[in-house]
Design a protein around this ligand. Sequence first.
Ligand SMILES: O=C(CO)COP(=O)(O)O
Length: 254
Amino acid sequence: MRKPIIAGNWKMHKTIAEATGLAAELAAAAAALDDVEVIVAPPFTALAGVVGALPADSALRVAAQNCYCEDKGAFTGEIAPSMLVDAGCSHVILGHSERRKIFGENDALINRKVHAALAAGLNVILCIGETLEEREQERMYDVLKTQVSEGLKGLAGEQLARVVIAYEPVWAIGTGRTATSDQAEEAHSFVRGLVGGLFGQSEAEAMRILYGGSVKPENIDGLMARENIDGALVGGASLQAEDFIRIMNFARSG
Ligand SMILES: O=C(CO)COP(=O)(O)O
């Protein structure tokens, strides 16, 4: 049985005070759920504040939304994986489509980041997903195959166990247009097959694959009911406690 994960990607939202307040509310709700892993990804400026506001034994885990692939040096504006560990993060999101599209990150850079993050002791949420154009041109499977094989290139089995994949079709992000549970299940089962081919069947069976793209309290249960959907990476609906807590609770019953 794969333990579901509900993760909130706060993107470029929230002051330190707003972030710590929301995290405290979510931590209280997460404490009641031992069958769901709950993760929040505040902006860099709020990471240490959020970690500091949580009880020491908090069930809520904290992720960063990005990091660089070097441990230190002259990389103005970048954050090292070890700095995220120092701030109290357990996870980092890598390869988000906004990083790929707006900031030009490619699979080779993302793979270097994956290696650096794992080496520093972080768990990785690796985002993949096709654009609408790629789907319409029937290139979706090729795109997913490249993103998975290049993103996970060179990892050992022990490292893979600390990676979660988030399938986020770009056309569903922030658009209100969720993939149907059939579309999501089809992509997730394909991705699990890819991981199986690259690393082995038992590794693929153990891998959590999250869906992301306009997840709301209204659609989470249909997604969670599917065999290969192990949770969600939530954007907009993770920014206020009520919706995100409803999503956490649906994930548990799903
Ligand atoms: O990009 C996302 C999570 O990483 C999804 O964002 P939305 O839930 O706002 O569509």
